[in-house]
Design a protein around this ligand. Structure first.
Ligand SMILES: *Cc1c(COP(=O)(O)O)cnc(C)c1O
Length: 497
């Protein structure tokens, strides 16, 4: 399997190269040249298999330059019991007759990002070795909160790697900030930026595209890579759990083999929903994808009009990991949907740069609309979704998943489509305790976030995620901060070049 650039500006590369480079050096993202096809009967054979076995099978199809042993070892190390202690790695919970919640947050940091970031370091190290790269790898991460901690946990104390995380100073919750700042490890750095997530992401992307700076680094024996979902190694692991969820529905006798389901994903950078789309293209029976947005509803507007327009105010919401205007992985999706036309991609992304918006062609738009529906939730709707779901089903949603559930309800009302739906649950509710408890109590709370966690736990008689216990007492080890124009010099300083 080889990987090509969405912008047609790079040679074909192996999966090891795609993963170690992170993104295409001249701009653009790597995607598999073709999508491996699997038959339904093959999927069904995994009905009684473990998550790990399913993962190995799917990985083998994409990582053809890896040996089976390398894949098996990576999967075993990533999804070991210590990191994912729950019986099922991604439990599927039924909340009503036709709605299932796919809990993706049982990893160490309570966010779905762990599903990919626990394995990415293993894939990356094996890639680097395979390519005989002798340089030290520098992972640059832009985070709206969850990726940062998950990446830090995945990469801390990994030999031959340094990791630097950038997050928006006022864009993350107290718990998210503490999670990052208390990270141990000799090779970790955390930097707060005076700006929003898009500023962070753009600054990091600019560094990747800065040839001079790269040359300087190489002279100092460093090579950049990315742990954001622009890296193919982040997307691939996310394909697995959509198959797993389908198998669970079959086991539950909720669906018949081959029956199509709907999938709802609370979306930010379009990575998780793109992984679901790849699962579908491989052969998973899906009827519709519901792309759920918060008040930063660039994507739901796009799915309504075919115009991607970031010329608008950035809003801070209670679902901060979806506070994104520039969804990186949309580029991959558009390339898949327009028949691999990199000419169009280049034009659209040039328009985005110059005009802050682009319009896709009618044919591509029609194709997208057949499979994708976009919905969004206002802050009040997201809060109401948390409260209602708790009252009706005794199930606690985090604000991101609440947007997913609300969007699904809206889609069902508008379309009348009541097919069995899986909602990707992207964070544990305790990660966003303030918004959750405020929603339940319908009042603004003044107390400290850690007191809120305690109150939420006693009120709902649910357990605090183990990744958040004891956080308050831990020492903050990271004190870097900078403005958006000095990200590059900050990196140079941290690397001492
Ligand atoms: C990252 C994140 C999202 C958005 O996922 P994308 O793959 O970027 O679309 C949604 N919810 C939570 C809690 C997240 O951490």
């Amino acid at each position: 399997m080889e990987y090509i650039s969405t912008r047609g500006n790079y040679r074909k590369v192996s999966s090891a190269e795609a993963i170690s480079l992170g993104m295409v050096p001249d701009g653009g993202l790597f995607i598999p040249e073709m999508i491996p096809q699997i038959r339904l009967e093959e999927i069904l054979e995994f009905k009684d298999s473990s998550y790990q076995e399913l993962a190995v099978w799917i990985f083998e199809k994409y990582l053809s330059d890896f040996s089976k042993k390398e894949i098996k070892d990576s999967v075993a190390a990533a999804y070991k019991e210590e990191s994912f202690p729950s019986k099922e790695k991604t439990p599927l919970l039924k909340i009503n007759e036709n709605t299932y919640i796919l809990e993706l947050w049982h990893g160490p940091t309570a966010a779905f990002k762990d599903m990919a970031l626990q394995i990415l370091p293993h894939l990356l190290l094996k890639s680097v070795k395979k390519l005989n790269i002798k340089k030290e790898i520098v992972i640059l991460v832009a985070t709206s909160g969850d990726t940062g901690k998950a990446a830090l946990e995945g990469f801390k104390d990994v030999d031959g790697v340094k990791i630097i995380v950038f997050y928006p100073e006022d864009g993350v919750s107290r718990v998210q900030e503490d999670q990052m700042k208390t990270t141990t490890g000799k090779n970790t750095s955390v930097v707060s930026i005076k700006g929003n997530f898009d500023d962070c992401q753009t600054a990091v992307k600019n560094i990747f595209a800065d040839k001079e700076f790269k040359a300087e680094l190489e002279a100092d024996n460093y090579q950049f890579s990315s742990a954001n979902s622009i890296n193919w190694g982040r997307l691939l692991p996310q394909i697995v759990y959509y198959f797993q969820a389908y198998l669970e529905l079959l086991k539950d006798k909720k669906i018949k083999a081959g029956e199509k389901i709907n999938i709802t994903v609370p979306t930010g950078n379009f990575g998780n929903i793109l992984a679901a789309y790849y699962a579908f293209k491989m052969g998973l029976p899906v009827n519709k994808f519901i792309c759920a947005s918060n008040d930063n509803k660039v994507l739901s507007d796009f799915l309504e009009t075919g115009v991607y327009n970031i010329n608008r105010d950035f809003k801070k919401t209670i679902s901060p990991s979806m506070d994104i205007l520039i969804s990186s992985n949309l580029e991959r999706f558009l390339f898949e949907m327009n028949g691999h036309d990199s000419g169009k991609i280049n034009k659209w992304y040039q328009d985005l740069k110059t005009d802050k918006s682009f319009k896709i062609d009618e044919e591509t738009f029609t194709k997208i609309r057949e499979m994708f529906s976009g919905e969004f939730s206002s802050e009040a709707e997201a809060r109401a979704s948390i409260k209602q779901t708790y009252q009706q089903y005794n199930y606690l949603l985090d604000p991101h998943t609440a947007v997913g559930v609300d969007s699904l309800n809206k889609y069902r009302q508008q379309s009348g489509d009541q097919k069995t739906a899986v909602v990707a649950s992207t964070a544990n509710p305790y990660k966003f305790s303030r918004a959750v408890l405020e929603s339940l109590k319908e009042e603004k709370l003044e107390q400290d976030e850690y007191r809120i966690i305690e109150e939420l736990s006693s009120l709902t008689e649910t357990e605090v995620h183990r990744g958040l216990i004891g956080l308050e007492e831990m020492e903050n080890r990271h004190h870097h901060s900078c403005d958006i124009n000095s990200v590059k010099s900050k990196v140079a300083k941290i690397l001492k070049i």
